[in-house]
Design a protein around this ligand. Structure first.
Ligand code: SF4
Length: 358
């Protein structure tokens, strides 16, 4: 390893263990490291991951409650308005069917169930449907975390979700503020930031992440990392673009497994004690290097997700065991104590001061 890279990685590890984000310069240097340095980069990120999360891997399941037919035009999304992609299109699955799907995944080790629906945002009726589904799942598995990802949110609807037993709310920033208008014209970056704030302020655990592989520059990746750090999410899903035929980004295969690992390492350094989750595109982009990704991320989706076929759940469990990791149990707390307390503090209500040292 070159001395400059060795120094960079040592600095990044020391800062992350002290909860400090990389500087812009360090972040850009990390993204520019060569493939020859990749294992050292993974090992450095892995030290931080092990410090805060040991060898545990949290498993998550996505249930697609409503698919396709979206009026928004996010260019990465197969469910966007005008999409010619061959995806299932349906309106709201039955709560009992959703609970049965969740049942199987929880028996397979899933600890969080993410209820996802296409659309700009939920109506009051949609929130009632989701609340029914949450109840059906929690009746069978009180300890499971339910996350919802339903689009833009009002305070009232966020509060209703919290009251229904929802633990977390997902709304990804996806890409940098400067790039956002290139990928979507029907809502803004600020709309997304506002929804994460609404969810957090009512006491939902904020989950917000990114998609890479949309021609973003290293500078834009770093801008996004800083923007995400500013909204202080408890979990950060990292998606790698699956460029569906029939969407504007069809054919855009820009990522290599090595680039994906450098991005994951960067996000581990930016979010040392936060749940970093490898989300869409894991199999197709990390390919045979998926298990190296586990040394950086502490969370993955199990099996199939959203509109693409993921690797089967059994293969995921084998990969986790082969790489020396263990599946996190329902009774275990994912986040380190300080972060967990932060969620409790938020639950005390909007405006509660967050301690400066967290
Ligand atoms: S709002 Fe959601 S479902 Fe609709 S196009 Fe955007 S990402 Fe896809």
């Amino acid at each position: 390893m070159r001395t400059d890279v060795e120094t960079l990685l040592k600095e990044l590890v020391d800062q992350a263990l002290a909860h400090q984000a990389p500087t812009r310069g360090q972040a850009l240097e990390l993204l520019a490291t060569s493939d020859d340095d990749l294992l050292d980069v993974v090992a450095a990120g892995g030290r931080v991951r092990r410090h805060f999360f040991s060898n545990r891997v949290k498993l998550n399941l996505i249930i697609n409650m409503k698919s396709g037919l979206c009026p928004e035009d996010c260019s990465y999304c197969s469910q966007r308005s005008g999409s010619k992609a061959e995806v299932l299109k349906y309106n709201w699955i039955d709560p009992t069917d959703a609970a049965e799907t969740a049942d199987q995944a929880i028996r397979g080790g899933a600890k969080r169930v993410c209820l996802v629906a296409s659309g700009r945002g939920p109506s009051d009726r949609d929130v009632s449907r989701v609340a029914e589904t949450v109840l059906a799942i929690k009746n069978r598995h009180p300890g499971v975390e339910v996350c919802t990802s339903l689009g833009l949110l009002t305070v009232e609807r966020a509060q209703r979700l919290l009251d229904a037993g929802v633990h977390a709310y997902n709304h990804n920033l996806n890409t940098s503020e400067a790039k956002y208008r290139e990928i979507c014209s029907t809502h803004t970056f600020d709309d997304r930031v506002d929804t994460v704030a609404v969810a957090r302020d009512v006491g939902l655990s904020p989950c917000s992440g990114a998609i890479f592989g949309m021609s973003e520059t290293d500078e834009e990746i770093v801008d996004l990392a800083f923007a995400l750090r500013k909204i202080d999410p408890d979990s950060v899903p990292i998606n790698f673009l699956i460029p569906f035929e029939g969407t504007p980004l069809a054919g855009q295969w820009q990522l290599t497994p090595q680039r994906c690992l450098r991005i994951l390492a960067l996000f581990r350094f930016f979010f040392p004690d936060v749940e970093v989750r490898i989300a869409g595109g894991r199999e197709i982009h990390l390919r045979s290097l998926q298990s190296l990704g586990l040394h950086l991320a502490n969370s993955i989706f199990l099996g199939d997700y959203l509109t693409s076929e993921g690797q089967s759940g059994l293969a995921d469990l084998e990969m986790i065991a082969d790489a020396g990791f263990v599946v996190e149990g329902l009774e275990e707390t994912t986040l380190p104590e300080a972060r967990h307390d932060l969620v409790t503090i938020r639950r005390r209500g909007p405006g509660t001061a967050i301690p400066a040292n967290i």
